[in-house]
Design a protein around this ligand. Structure first.
Ligand SMILES: CC(C)(COP(=O)(O)OP(=O)(O)OC[C@H]1O[C@@H](n2cnc3c(N)ncnc32)[C@H](O)[C@@H]1OP(=O)(O)O)[C@@H](O)C(=O)NCCC(=O)NCCS
Length: 161
């Protein structure tokens, strides 16, 4: 019998779009039209991943590769931007979020040779901030009023090695 706690991480496929949008709407206030998800997929297919548990998609991570000033004082850099990550409530605290992050970071480095990773997170989002800190991300700055409802964001970054 399959262990109900076990999960697998695989690359996103266009036919997963509806399910990923559903998870995004259930888990986050930042929602996007379908084309936005597909834009990230075309930009960065190897770092758009889903997690499956009992043959059902229960989480995703999507990323984008950007060029610009380093968040870590490294000059002009190739940066892996973690655009969105979410895991369904019933599937949380089993390591899925951490696995999605680690695999996406590994692929961003291997497939796109990024110099660093970065992301924005609500200053009140303790679960996500704990996860990113555990993975070695540091708070670089506060972006005032970053979210539509006025909440500030932490910009967090980590060198890719
Ligand atoms: C953030 C999120 C993706 C984490 O997913 P997850 O699968 O539950 O995370 P993991 O099980 O891999 O947790 C890894 C570590 O992160 C930290 N963490 C995760 N959830 C936490 C919580 N609720 N409280 C405190 N720390 C937490 C812990 O250090 C945890 O390790 P541990 O379980 O050994 O203590 C999930 O809570 C989520 O989808 N939240 C809603 C969407 C969201 O906020 N996305 C991030 C937007 S920037």
């Amino acid at each position: 019998m399959e262990d109900s706690r076990s999960y697998t991480i695989r690359e996103f496929k266009p036919e997963d779009l509806e399910k990923v949008i559903e998870i995004n709407r259930k888990c986050l206030p930042e929602n996007y039209p379908p084309y936005f998800f597909m834009m990230q997929y075309y930009n960065c297919p190897k770092a758009f991943l889903v997690a499956e548990m009992n043959n059902e998609i229960v989480g995703y991570i999507m990323c984008r590769v950007e060029y610009g000033l380093s968040n870590l004082g490294l000059g002009v850099a190739k940066k892996g931007h973690i655009v969105s990550i979410a895991v369904m409530p019933h599937a949380r605290r089993r390591g899925i979020g951490k696995s999605l992050m680690l695999k996406a970071m590994e692929n961003l480095k291997r497939e796109y040779n990024v110099d660093e990773y970065f992301l924005e997170v609500r200053v009140s989002n303790n679960p996500a901030i704990s996860l990113y800190k555990k993975l070695g991300y540091k708070i670089v700055k506060i972006i005032k009023g970053y979210y539509l409802d006025g909440e500030d964001a932490y910009l967090m970054a980590k060198k890719a090695e």
